[in-house]
Structures are given as structure tokens and as C-alpha cells.
Design a binder for this molecule. Structure first.
Ligand code: AMP
Ligand code: MG
Length: 403
């Protein structure tokens, strides 16, 4: 059976083998968080565009402002002022943070290290050329590459686009991800379930996970555990870039998802992964759509989505696949798990001490959504480790929505 790392690599490799250029749209930077850039963004001018003071103080020629020297202050410059006059030798000018240095000035002396009487300023310390300002063009030169095509836009990337005047940017359209739950026991969340039915929470968590990952969710509701209903709804899902199905991939008599996928021509790349929860996860391609069959227990669905569907959304969306953001922490309680599968256990990662710690949470298994709401990560227990003593370092997979 594949390890989760090999299964992830297979997803990335298979999707990369069928490259397609997503369509693009022009997006306002205020609406582009999480989108992938389909164009290059270049700087419109030097950054900073002038020598920018980083302190409140006096702009000087450093050679004039030795310890104990006195200079005449000839005025002041605040942020936003137009500066055309050079600084005459033997003088200084008061300057504010963010303001432009006048020509000739090559240092700013912090106001704290000066004394002023009338328009005479006394300098208490030696001054060195270059201190307390950011030189023009030192962050970027005009026409430098600011943002590369294929970059996912976070708040820093959006701020840089805004800084260089790219108020709108061309982005790849988000991959469309059809979401289909399955099960005779599943009812819409707006209905009251009978004592033996459950509400469709997977469609809600999957919709949220798709959005967070940068995809466009296409909710298709629930299919009954019947070939006709499953076939019809799977056909609908095959119109999208990705089809994510929850439930119906285990070994039960009514787990028909694989059978139906096969009957419509799906080529499978894997149909099990050595993990718990999530072992029966399925990945394949049918026509132009990549299909994931995720086990229906809510936590299984969440874990397998994070492991396998996120990189698919990345690659189909024109971005490089994100790495798994594994962290390390000292476990505070001894763990004992069955060997052979990599376990993903709900945990609470805390930064209370010098080094981070993680606490395993008690839970009732992969149906226990309530336990997950107390977690902020999954503790990754390797397949070859049965016992992990308290105090040992373990890998931790953060939940992307809460860390
Ligand atoms: P399955 O993978 O189809 O065997 O489903 C396993 C279990 O997951 C079911 O017995 C349900 O308790 C639960 N389940 C399946 N589908 C959903 C869903 N859409 N929302 C919430 N729980 C579900
Ligand atoms: Mg089922």
C-alpha cells in the first residue's frame, strides 16, 4: 500500500502529466486573495523612489556631524514634502520618518542624540554615512520582476501589487471542484434527520476546504447508495476540473463509488493509502476530470482532502504544489498506536514553553467532529512506530484554517 507521501507525489505527478492552461480573468487586488497570478507584475519605478528616512531627526552630511559639532538647522521636511533644494554644507535640516532626504545629505541623526537651541543643533555622537535611511532603489529597481506568474496571492503579494500600481491583476480562474456526498443515511442540513439519519456535514466541510485551498466549490448534494443515482450525479460532477466524492469507497456491500467510477471509464492511480483515518481513499482520472473518492467519516474526509486534494487544486490552478507544512513539537503524553499505518490524530499545538508542545486529544475516532473543533493540528504517528513516549519530538500537520 502507498504511503501518504507517495500518494501525494502520485497526485502531483499525474496531474502535471496532463497540463492544461486554466482560463484567466482580471481581478481587483482587493478581491484576489488566494488567487494565482497569471501575469508578471513589474515595478513601475525604483523602491524606495527617494532616499527615505527611517527616523525622526536631522538630515546631515555625515562628515559635518561629528560628536560635539554644531550645525545650523535650515528648515524641516515631512513625509510627502517635495524636496528640490540640496542640503548646503555646514547645515542640517529636520526630517521626519518616511520623508525624502535632500541631495547632499547622506545620513539621518536620531533626534534623541541631538540637542537643539534655537536654530542650532548640537550632535552628541559620531555620524556615519548611510545611517538611518533606505537608499533609493535598494528594495527594487524600476521594471524589476516584482511578482512571478504562478504565485499564489497572499496579503504581502497583494500589497506589493498595490505598491507598484497594479490595482488589477490577471489571475488564473480557480479550479472548479464538484462536491458530492453519498449515503442513504445522509440528509440535507436544512432537514430534521430521523433517529437513524445524519446531516450532511461533509458537504459543508469540503466546501470550506475547497475555498480555503483556492478552488471554486460546486456543490452537488448527496447521492443515494444506488448505481442509478450515483451514476447520474457522478456524470454531472465530471463536467468540472475535480470531482470530490465523500463516502462509499470502503468494502461494504453498498460502497458503490468505485464500481460506478469504473463503469464510466475512470482510470485509477490508487485505491488505498497506508493511513488512518483515510485508508480507502481513491484517486483517478475520468475523461478530463480528476476524481477523488474520500472515505465518508468526517475526519477521514478532512484529513484526506488536506493530504491529496490541495496539491491537485494547486497544480490545476496554475500554481506549484504546496508542500505539506509539517512542524515539530514535543508530545506531552505517551502514544500507543497500531503499527503499519501512518496515523493522523487530533492534537493541540501550543507555544507556551521554549519549544512547542503538542497534546493528543481524546476522541471517539474518525466520526468525532467535536474533538476536531478542539484541535489545531494532526499529530503524525509514523507507520513504523508503535509507542511514542512523552517528551519525544513528533511531526505535526497544522490545520490550515486555524493556525
Ligand atoms: P462511508 O465512507 O460511506 O462508509 O461512510 C462512513 C460514515 O461516515 C457513515 O457511516 C456516516 O456516519 C459518515 N458520513 C458519510 N457521509 C457523510 C456526510 N456527508 N456527512 C457526515 N457524515 C457522513
Ligand atoms: Mg456510505
Amino acid at each position: 500500500m502507498l504511503s501518504y507521501a507517495d500518494a501525494r507525489a502520485l497526485v502531483i505527478a499525474q496531474i502535471s502529466q496532463h497540463p492544461r492552461k486554466p482560463a484567466t480573468s482580471l481581478k481587483n487586488v482587493n478581491d484576489a486573495l488566494g488567487n494565482v497570478l497569471a501575469c508578471e507584475v513589474r515595478t513601475d519605478r525604483d523602491y524606495p523612489p527617494f532616499h527615505r528616512s527611517t527616523r525622526d531627526g536631522y538630515a546631515v552630511r555625515a562628515a559635518d556631524a561629528s560628536a560635539g559639532s554644531k550645525l545650523k538647522c535650515v528648515g524641516e521636511i515631512k513625509a510627502g514634502d517635495t524636496v528640490t533644494e540640496p542640503l548646503a554644507p555646514g547645515t542640517c535640516i529636520q526630517i521626519m520618518t518616511g520623508a525624502a532626504l535632500p541631495a547632499g545629505a547622506d545620513a539621518v541623526v536620531m533626534i534623541e542624540f541631538t540637542e537643539r537651541i534655537g536654530d542650532t543643533v548640537m550632535f552628541q555622537r559620531a555620524t556615519s554615512s548611510g545611517q538611518n535611511f533606505v537608499p533609493k532603489g535598494s528594495e527594487a529597481r524600476a521594471n524589476d520582476l516584482a511578482l512571478k506568474r504562478g504565485l499564489r496571492l497572499g496579503y504581502a503579494e497583494l500589497a506589493l501589487a498595490a505598491q507598484v500600481g497594479a490595482a488589477e491583476v490577471v489571475c488564473y480562474n480557480r479550479p472548479r471542484v464538484a462536491i458530492l456526498s453519498t449515503g442513504d443515511e445522509v440528509v440535507p442540513i436544512t432537514e430534521s434527520p430521523s433517529p437513524f439519519h445524519i446531516r450532511n456535514s461533509n458537504s459543508v466541510s469540503l466546501t470550506a476546504q475547497v475555498r480555503l485551498a483556492g478552488g471554486e466549490p460546486v456543490p452537488l448534494g448527496n447521492a443515494l447508495d444506488r448505481v442509478d443515482d450515483l451514476s447520474a450525479k457522478i456524470e454531472r460532477g465530471l463536467k468540472e476540473d475535480i470531482l470530490v466524492i465523500s463516502g462509499g469507497v470502503s468494502m461494504g456491500k453498498y460502497d458503490l463509488v468505485e464500481t460506478v467510477l469504473k463503469s464510466v471509464g475512470t482510470e485509477f492511480y490508487f485505491d488505498a493509502v497506508a493511513i488512518r483515518p483515510g485508508k480507502p481513499a481513491v484517486f483517478g482520472r475520468c475523461r478530463n476530470t480528476f476524481v477523488f473518492g474520500l472515505p465518508g467519516n468526517p475526519v477521514s474526509t478532512m484529513v484526506t482532502f488536506q493530504l491529496f486534494v490541495i496539491p491537485a487544486i494547486d497544480v490545476l490552478g496554475g500554481a506549484r504544489p504546496r508542500q505539506l507544512p509539517l512542524l515539530e513539537a514535543n508530545i506531552v503524553k505517551t502514544l500507543h498506536e497500531k503499527p503499519g499505518l501512518t496515523h493522523f490524530l487530533p492534537g493541540r499545538f501550543e507555544w507556551t514553553g521554549i519549544s512547542p508542545e503538542v497534546k493528543p486529544l481524546s476522541w471517539q475516532g474518525s466520526g468525532d467532529i467535536a474533538a476536531l473543533t478542539k484541535s489545531n493540528c494532526f499529530i503524525v504517528v509514523p507507520a513504523d512506530r508503535q509507542d511514542i513516549p512523552a517528551g519525544e519530538k513528533v511531526s505535526v500537520l497544522p490545520r490550515l484554517d486555524v493556525i
